[in-house]
Each structure stands twice: as C-alpha cells, then as structure tokens.
Design a binder for this molecule. Structure first.
Ligand code: ADP
Ligand code: MG
Length: 319
C-alpha cells in the first residue's frame, strides 16, 4: 500500500507555473496580478451523482476540473490555480494514473496550476477549487442583465442530457458516430474560456449551463429581477436526426438538460454584430435565443408564438 505522501508526489505533484510555491508545504503561495480581482469557485463531483461509476477515470479527472474552469468562463475570468481535495476508496494505481492524466490534460489545456489539496480514503468524492483573475470591475455577473438585452447561448444544448438518458436506458451504441459525439459531450466538456474573456465589456450578464437553460437563465433573471422570452425555434439543440424522439422530448433535453457547460449571456442589441464577429473569430456557434423583459417570468414560445409548457425546470440535487 502506497503512503498518502508518495501518492500525492506520484499523482498530484507537477511543477506549477503560475505559483510562487506549489504542492508540498503547508500552503501554496501565489501572487495576484495588480489591478485584478480574484475569482474563486468550488465544485464537487460525487460518484453516482456527477458521473457513472464506470466513467473512464481519465474523463473523471478532465471533467472534475473542466466544470470548475467553466465557472471562470462564466465570470469572464482567466483561470490560474486549482486545489484538489479527493477521497478515494483505495490506491488503485491504474485508476489514479488515468485520473491524474485527465486532470492535468485539462489543467494544461487551460493554463491552470494545481497548487495544493488534500487526499483521504473514503467513497470517491472529488472537490476542486478554482481560482482565476479578472480586471477590477470587469467580471460577468448574474445580476447585470438589462431589460431589452438579447439572450445568447454558445454551442448546442441537450446533448449531454441525452447521453445520460441513453446510458441509463442502455441504448447507447459505442460504434455509432452520433452516439460517440454525445458521450464526448458528456465526458469531455470544453469550457468556453475564450468566449468569456471576449465578452468582457460587452455582455451585461453571464452564466454557464450546468443545470439546463431554463434553470440557469432563471438564476440570471432572479439576480437581475427581470423576465425573459425565449424562442424555441432559435434554440441550438443537439442533432436529433439520428434519434427517434418527440418534439416534447427534444425540448425537455435542450431546455432543461444539464451538463452542457455552454455559456448563456445577455448583451445590448447594439452589440449584436460584435457578438457575431466574436463567434466567427473564435469558431464557436453563438445563437441569439430570446430577449430580456422588464416583467418577471420566463416564457418559451413555439414557432407560432404560443407558450410551451416544459416538464421540470432543470437539475436540483435536493428535489
Ligand atoms: P497538511 O497535513 O499540512 O494539510 P497534507 O499532508 O494534507 O498537508 O498535504 C501535503 C501537501 O500536498 C500540501 O501542500 C497539500 O496542499 C498537497 N496535497 C495533498 N493532496 C493533494 C492533492 N490531491 N492534489 C494536490 N496537492 C495535494
Ligand atoms: Mg491536509
């Protein structure tokens, strides 16, 4: 059996570019850039809740960091440092080395240094804290939406939720390219950091889509004390062609499905063409899906302008 200290050394210690002192002392030391605020967030990943137990450990490592980096994207912050508190049931070398490989692949992709953490024995539980920087006063917050803002989303919605559904129903075909891309969406989320950075000074508010558009846009509306109208026909949803799904089911996945880690943001209509240009230069699909309204409440309209009623409002651990 490996000691806790050897384990930390072997799997969780890498040179940390962004830190003055990294893993190995009682605390890490970092220097914040002048004129910046620190953006700090924590997300926990629990086996059985956030990933299936047979999820490849590489992707558990990638995703446990990626979902945290996505919170930096939503704030318009540059991610820089992370800590990792992990409980593992045993010291399974193959598992740990794959987990660590996926975690550091994500860290390298987004220039994040792992600067500390805690390692204990227990049911698998992974808690990551991410820290990033944003120039003073420029963070994209949930409470900044204005009446008349256009509502935008990046990428496409509902694919990760459909992947979960197919895994649970045992109908996922690992050889089918359309199913492979659904699993990729679920296991290998790509946080929209470059988009968050480009939206500083343009977007009035932003959030990342972890619990579904209706729930997450709902947080913007609540914080900003406003309402919204969404046009279903403008929602960029997953490719439903290979699936045999009713419109209601497609709507449920696209509007209430979690785990997409796209951004939803609001911006004044006079920035519409700037946003189109950002999408082109970053090669990220951006869709304007609705408008912020002064009256509270969220209405989704079908293509005949009739309100759609949606079952469920998104993922909530305590419902
Ligand atoms: P202490 O007893 O002072 O809390 P630990 O023995 O828990 O120290 O950790 C030793 C060092 O290893 C610390 O710098 C801590 O931040 C780091 N560390 C522990 N676990 C991890 C981990 N999973 N990932 C990264 N660093 C870790
Ligand atoms: Mg400790």
């Amino acid at each position: 059996m490996q000691s806790e200290f050897n384990l930390i050394k072997e799997y969780f210690t890498r040179p940390s570019k962004n830190a003055d002192l990294g893993v190995g002392d009682d605390a890490a030391l970092v220097s914040a850039s002048p004129g910046h605020q620190l953006a700090i967030s924590t997300d926990m990943s629990v086996a059985g809740t956030h990933f299936f137990n047979d999820f490849p450990p590489y992707f558990i490592g990638w995703k446990s960091l990626a979902v945290n980096i996505s919170d930096m994207a939503a704030m318009g912050a540059s991610p820089k440092w992370a800590t990792l508190a992990i409980a593992i049931p045993d010291t399974d070398k193959a598992w740990l080395s794959e987990f660590s490989r996926g975690f550091f692949a994500c860290a390298d992709a987004f220039n994040v240094s792992l600067i500390g953490g805690d390692t204990t024995r227990g049911p698998l539980n992974i808690s990551v804290q991410i820290m990033g920087e944003v120039p003073n006063g420029q963070a994209l917050r949930r409470d900044g939406a204005k009446s008349g803002d256009e509502i935008w989303v990046s990428g496409s919605l509902g694919g990760a939720a459909l992947a979960v559904h197919k895994i649970q129903k045992n109908t996922l075909d690992a050889k089918k390219p359309s199913d492979q891309s659904l699993v990729e969406k679920l296991q290998h989320p790509q946080p929209r950091i470059n988009l968050g950075l480009a939206l500083r000074g343009i977007a009035h508010s932003a959030i990342d889509l972890s619990d579904g558009l209706i729930a997450d846009l709902g947080h913007i509306l609540e914080s900003s004390q406003l309402g919204a109208t969404i046009d279903w026909s403008k929602i960029p949803h997953f490719d439903s062609a290979p699936e045999n799904l009713s419109v209601e089911t497609i709507q449920t996945f696209a509007l209430t499905g979690g785990d997409d880690y796209e951004l939803c943001f609001t911006a004044p209509s006079n920035r519409h063409s700037d946003i189109i240009n950002i999408g082109k230069s970053l090669d990220i699909p951006l869709s304007q899906v609705g408008t912020i309204k002064a009256n509270e409440g969220l209405i989704v309209l079908d293509d005949k302008n009739n309100p759609i009623s949606i079952k469920g409002t998104g993922y909530d651990h305590f419902k």
